[in-house]
Design a protein around this ligand. Structure first.
Ligand SMILES: NC(=O)C1=CN([C@@H]2O[C@H](COP(=O)(O)OP(=O)(O)OC[C@H]3O[C@@H](n4cnc5c(N)ncnc54)[C@H](OP(=O)(O)O)[C@@H]3O)[C@@H](O)[C@H]2O)C=CC1
Ligand SMILES: O=C(O)C1=N[C@H](C(=O)O)C[C@H](O)C1
Length: 265
């Protein structure tokens, strides 16, 4: 069976890689892309793509769904638009595969309910890279033994959301194995606001944004006389593409929402 795929954000760093990934796969057909700028009617007329990419470009998601009838909708856009896109996909009977980060807990809850109610698979993957998923799982394991944790996530300086989706997901997994408690000195004081980072049940998250970086995370576990550091680096967006391919195939078998690829790998 050929899976009909639509991608939102085709000019982006992730979206353009995903376009090539779907184009290269024999069991998938890229039926349309969604842009929010009127650039051209077909991807072949974009500077980023070769002239055999005769893929229609839409600026309206509803018309894309009604005309092209994709099976799967891949979103790689912005935190501002992703929730609306995901809901629209589900309401049009299209299975979302979402890489865009920045969902609130309330939005995740609502989309989980909608996906279950419609019996339509959805994948929301804060990180598609297998190494990052392993780093998150190992962190969850370590937190049971070393509950004093600080997460340092480091990204390129074009990133819109902080902390990253990966850091949020890591913290959530750790929370399942770590009893919440205040870390550091009980009387510690921040003389500059934010110096100790974001606080999740006493665990800290620090977000670094610098040109030159892609996507990196360290999870530090401190114990008596020791430090365990778990680190993952994505040096290029190609690191995410096997996860994108896997998710497009897997979502066709699901009938509810999965948040995080660690649940289905
Ligand atoms: N899950 C994962 O493994 C990964 C997730 N990400 C996430 O994916 C998202 C995209 O990242 P990245 O590719 O680096 O970002 P980019 O800024 O490079 O790409 C986003 C693209 O989306 C376009 N866009 C914005 N709004 C819309 C809209 N309403 N409809 C269609 N297109 C739109 C932008 O156009 P314009 O620039 O013209 O506004 C841009 O081309 C981020 O949330 C990031 O955190 C990133 C890497 C891995
Ligand atoms: O914006 C990015 O680049 C990335 N976003 C995701 C996140 O927020 O965790 C995944 C990866 O870290 C790259």
């Amino acid at each position: 069976m050929t899976i009909r795929v639509a991608i939102a954000g085709p000019r982006g760093k992730m979206g353009s890689e995903a376009v090539h990934t779907v184009m290269k796969n024999d069991n998938m057909e890229l039926v349309a892309v969604l842009d929010h700028r009127e650039i051209a009617d077909s991807l072949e007329d974009y500077a980023e793509f070769p002239n055999n990419y005769c893929i229609p470009v839409y600026t309206d998601l509803e018309s894309l769904f009604k005309t092209e009838r994709p099976d799967v909708f891949v979103d790689l856009t912005t935190p501002e638009t992703v929730y609306k896109h995901t809901k629209e996909a589900l309401l049009n009977g299209v299975r979302p595969v979402i890489g865009t980060t920045g969902f609130t807990d309330e939005q995740l809850e609502e989309l989980t309910e909608l996906s279950t109610e419609l019996k339509l698979g959805t994948i929301i993957a804060p990180n598609f890279a297998i190494g990052a998923i392993l780093m998150m799982k190992f962190s969850q394991m370590a937190a049971a033994y070393l509950p004093d944790v600080e997460i340092i996530e480091m990204h390129h300086d074009r990133k819109l959301d902080a902390p990253s989706g990966t850091a949020n997901k890591t913290a959530q997994l750790i929370q399942e194995n770590r009893r919440g408690h205040k870390q550091g000195h009980p009387d510690e004081v921040e003389t500059i606001e934010g110096a100790r980072g974001a606080d999740i049940d006493g665990m800290r998250i620090h977000s670094v944004r610098l040109p030159g970086l892609v996507a990196h995370q360290q999870v530090l576990f401190g114990g008596e006389g020791q430090l365990l550091t778990l680190r993952h680096d994505s040096f290029s967006r190609s690191s995410f593409m096997s996860g994108v391919k896997f998710s497009i195939e897997k979502v066709m078998e699901l009938d509810d929402l999965v948040y995080g690829l660690e649940n289905i790998l």
